[in-house]
Design a binder for this molecule. Structure first.
Ligand code: SF4
Length: 455
């Protein structure tokens, strides 16, 4: 592994090194069951849909291959890509090989969920050229996994990891989550410590955000009042140890739409995909949002602990051992171009963003008629482009290159003067970046910087 990132703009005089499309995202939208907090675009898995979807995906990849240069990253995300049948993976990789030039050093990642990986599937993926796996562990606490509505327990996560390691894969990442209702600081510390014991090369630690319309959001809203106290004025008698009572409604969480931002940059809109086969059994759980001070403590612990364990924070939620930053995501944060394939996927090519149709049937229908399944194209306005440059740049711990910003017409040192004085921003070499104090309040710091720049 190189010590530095091949997509990074080493030379600040190179103003946009990402005009060539060197990244490909492929969305696999199938899941065993909808998680309670999930607002990503996903639909229930069935084999015939997966086979038909893969056919359509290959058509889209063929149609889009002309706009790609040699690929440096391929990221297969979801959903739960590890659910895809072996025949689909073979077909997909044959299609990639036939239509794209892929760098011999390309980072090729597949997302997997514990409980959906077995030895032969993993073996197949590695033989096809996958060299990085991202495991959606979330927590090593079984009760928290149940709150999240995940389909596996902590032992399953360790078993999946064992499979990866036995087959010789060393480059694997864990997704972890803090701020889960009912989570204690101790339990978060234990999850992080267990994760480090597993020696992943990379850890993404996200705060749980409760998106409106998800089962977890609905349940929390029903269980608590505006101040976060449990309601005592309706429902059944109190669950043991609780200060309140819970509404009881069997099957209440039987159907769920999705909306939101995917960590891989593929956000989705509401979908009416039927997930009615999924039942949530959360209404027996004491669910209460954590106080923001507790969440802040968890985040600060994450940064400190991972740093002492040799994981460098390189983005607000991402930590890696030296040389193992996720190249694919770095390209997003550098506002690099990428092609997105699959229902609901986004593309960003030469300053133009486009979105694919967000339902499986419409997506496949479009491709079966020989059409790229895009619903809209929009060229970023100059102001939007500057905002994206600042917003994405400040997510990275190495910040924004001052000279590049200047070339784009922004005096970010002058604009950030008050934020520098207040200790939210700092100058670091040729860059302006968030301090630790700024990182925890990143959204409001970035908004103030926009205001100072009249954006
Ligand atoms: S969180 Fe991931 S695994 Fe769970 S339903 Fe959503 S996409 Fe599927």
């Amino acid at each position: 592994m190189k010590n530095h990132h091949p997509l990074e703009p080493w030379n600040p005089r190179i103003l946009d090194p990402f005009l060539k499309v060197a990244s490909l995202y492929i969305h696999i939208p199938f899941c065993v069951k909808k998680c309670a907090y999930c607002d990503f675009f996903s639909v229930p898995y069935d084999e015939s849909s997966a086979l038909a979807y893969t056919d359509a995906l290959c058509k889209e990849l063929y149609l889009k291959s002309d706009s790609a240069a040699e690929l440096k990253t391929v990221y297969i995300g979801g959903g739960t890509p590890s659910l895809l049948p072996d025949a689909c993976f073979r077909q997909l990789f044959t299609c990639l090989g036939n239509n794209f030039q892929i760098s011999h050093a390309a980072e090729i990642t597949v997302e997997a969920n514990p409980g959906t990986l077995n030895q032969s599937k993993t073996n197949l993926l590695l033989s096809l050229g996958v060299n990085r796996m991202s495991l959606g562990v979330q927590s090593f606490n079984d009760e928290e996994l149940r709150v999240l509505g995940r389909i596996y327990n902590a032992d399953d996560a360790l078993r999946s990891l064992g499979i990866l390691r036995n087959l010789g894969l060393r480059n694997y990442s864990f997704d972890l989550m803090y701020g889960i209702p009912g989570q204690s600081t101790n339990s978060w510390h234990e999850t992080i410590a267990k994760a480090v014991d597993c020696s992943p090369t990379h850890i993404s630690a996200y705060e749980l955000t409760l998106e409106e319309g998800t089962p977890l959001h609905t349940l929390i809203t029903l269980q608590t009042d505006e101040q976060g106290n449990y309601r005592v004025d309706k429902g059944q008698p109190c669950h043991s140890g609780m200060s309140g009572i819970f509404p009881q409604k069997n099957g209440f969480f039987s159907r769920q739409g999705t909306v939101g931002n995917h960590p891989n940059g593929n956000d989705t809109e509401k979908t009416t995909e039927d997930l009615s086969s999924n039942k949530y059994i959360l209404n027996d759980l004491p669910l209460k949002l954590l106080h923001e001070d507790l969440i802040l403590e968890m985040y600060n612990h994450t940064i400190d602990y991972l740093q002492t364990c040799g994981y460098e924070q390189y983005e607000i939620s991402n930590f890696a051992r030296l040389g193992f930053q996720c190249l694919h995501n770095m390209n997003y944060w550098y506002r690099g171009s990428y092609i997105g394939a699959g229902a609901g996927a986004h593309s960003f090519v030469n300053g133009t963003r486009s979105n694919n149709i967000r339902n499986i049937a419409g997506y496949m229908e479009s491709l079966n008629s020989g059409l790229i399944p895009e619903t809209g194209l929009s060229k970023s306005s100059p102001e939007e482009a500057l905002k994206e440059f600042l917003f994405l740049g400040l997510r990275k711990t190495n910040g924004i290159n001052i000279y590049k910003a200047e070339h784009l017409g922004m005096d970010i040192i002058r604009a950030g003067k008050d934020l520098l004085e207040e200790g939210f921003l700092e100058i670091w070499g040729d860059s302006l970046r968030l301090t630790r104090k700024g990182i925890v309040l990143s959204n409001s710091v970035i908004v103030r910087l926009f205001e100072n720049l009249n954006l």
